[in-house]
Design a protein around this ligand. Structure first.
Ligand SMILES: Cc1cc2nc3c(=O)[nH]c(=O)nc-3n(C[C@H](O)[C@H](O)[C@H](O)COP(=O)(O)OP(=O)(O)OC[C@H]3O[C@@H](n4cnc5c(N)ncnc54)[C@H](O)[C@@H]3O)c2cc1C
Length: 397
């Protein structure tokens, strides 16, 4: 059977649409399918870290984002109770983060893929991955109310999130697995101005954060350790709302605020999956998932999309074998992600920071450069090791 497409991408959000756009811009024939239609929301908060903002800028999309009225975030604060660390999360070139609603961000990404020449099929559910002679050859799926159809491609890209159907079909090796660690929940408030700050409050076995988003609203996200998930599930709202009292000044600010949305949230497990095999590739959460406490998923999805598109271009153009290009995709993904993954999983336990980190935090108070380094590490702009070096240099000075 002839292959109509170079790539079929299942999933059109943070991983799928950028992968599609980058491939389509190179002239490849790309089909993107998603059972969702756009604009639509998904269960996720949406801090877009400076390195992800840099990716949007590379793709020519940053002006479109700012035109939606999304406020920039220039400062991250970390309130540990006895002291607060406050710093700039970005770089000189990309100094800010944003917190755009997924209804807006994801639609912008889908539209960019369509403009680049990818064929987008919204409201199309993939029911089955087509496997022939031991390799993935396409998908079987349907639009609402329509008959099941088959589409074929040289490669099927699973950008279909952490419960990936593509991964289920090909059963890749899973490694560095950790169970759910945190139960996170979020909602939106009016009349809670943030003035460009993403504020995080860290208390024993509890944490919450607030960031400004579209429409003059502020998103608050809060969580408790996963072992309390079942017990607290009985009254998420009361457990969520009482968390803010742990920071009385913030609770005071909330008294004039009005909640504008229900509380949403979901705990997630942590894993890496081998992201390739005969005829298939995984990108975004489908290939690597972690707790949202450090808000890295969108950055990782964007970085993965760029790496995946480069590897597929090398393969399609005949420059490299599939296995060679994809092995590098996996290696560079893991190298870039692993230190932040370990840091994220440690934070998500909501245990007090390890002694070494506590000493570092005490040592950097008062040094703006080192506090910027702490904000940058939490944003994923620099690695934990790079922050360690900045803090050590400060301590030695
Ligand atoms: C509570 C929570 C808070 C978070 N907060 C942040 C944050 O602040 N910042 C951040 O960077 N990240 C955050 N994340 C992580 C972030 O949501 C993900 O990393 C990101 O959405 C990954 O994008 P993706 O494209 O890989 O997958 P997804 O966004 O999950 O998209 C997958 C798409 O695939 C489609 N799909 C799935 N199966 C099929 C099928 N069979 N047929 C057709 N379509 C299908 C779905 O409809 C969906 O549109 C959070 C996650 C959670 C759970």
């Amino acid at each position: 059977m002839p292959e109509i497409y170079d790539a079929i991408i299942v999933g059109a959000r943070c991983a799928g649409s950028p992968t599609a756009a980058l491939l389509a811009r190179k002239g490849y024939r790309v089909l993107v399918v998603d059972r969702a239609t756009f604009p639509s929301d998904t269960v996720s908060t949406h801090v877009v870290q400076p390195l992800a903002v840099a990716a949007l800028a590379r793709w020519g999309l940053i002006d479109r984002l700012t035109a939606t009225g999304c406020p920039p975030i220039h400062t991250y604060t970390f309130d540990f109770g006895p002291f607060t660390i406050s710093g700039s999360p970005g770089t000189r070139d990309v100094p800010v983060a944003y917190c755009p609603r997924r209804t807006i961000l994801d639609k912008l990404l889908v539209d960019a893929a369509a403009e680049a020449g990818a064929e987008i099929r919204e409201g199309f559910t993939v029911d089955e991955v087509l496997i022939e002679h031991g390799r993935v050859a396409g998908i079987k799926g349907r639009s609402k109310g329509a008959a099941t159809i088959t589409e074929r491609a040289r490669v099927v890209v699973g950008a279909d999130g952490r419960h990936s159907l593509v991964a289920d079909a090909v059963r890749p090796e899973q490694y560095n697995e950790k169970p759910p660690l945190l139960a996170p929940y979020y909602t939106y408030w009016s009349n809670l101005p943030m003035d460009g700050r993403f504020e995080t409050y860290i208390r024993p076995h509890r944490g919450f954060a607030a960031a400004p988003t579209h429409d003059g609203l502020t998103m608050t996200v809060a969580g408790w350790p996963y072992p309390e998930f079942e017990a607290n599930k009985k009254d998420v709202e009361a457990n969520f709302l009482k968390l803010f009292d742990l920071a009385p000044e913030f609770a005071d600010r909330m008294r004039g605020a009005k909640r504008e949305a229900p509380i949403a949230g979901v705990p997630v497990s942590n894993f890496f999956r081998k992201p390739f095999g005969p005829g298939w590739v995984l990108v975004g959460d489908a290939g690597y998932n972690k707790d949202p406490i450090t808000a890295q998923g969108i950055s990782d999805a964007f970085r993965g999309a760029e790496k995946c598109a480069i590897a597929l271009d090398q393969i399609f153009s005949g420059g490299r074998s599939f296995d060679e290009a994809m092995a590098e995709y996996q290696r560079t993904r893991d190298e870039a992600a692993l230190p932040m993954y370990e840091f994220t999983c440690q934070l998500a336990t909501l245990e007090p920071p390890p002694l070494q980190m506590q000493q570092l935090l005490g040592a950097i108070l008062g040094s703006q450069k080192a506090m910027d380094g702490f904000a940058q590490m939490n944003a994923g702009t620099i690695s934990p090791a790079e922050f360690g070096a900045i803090a050590a240099a400060h301590a030695a000075s």
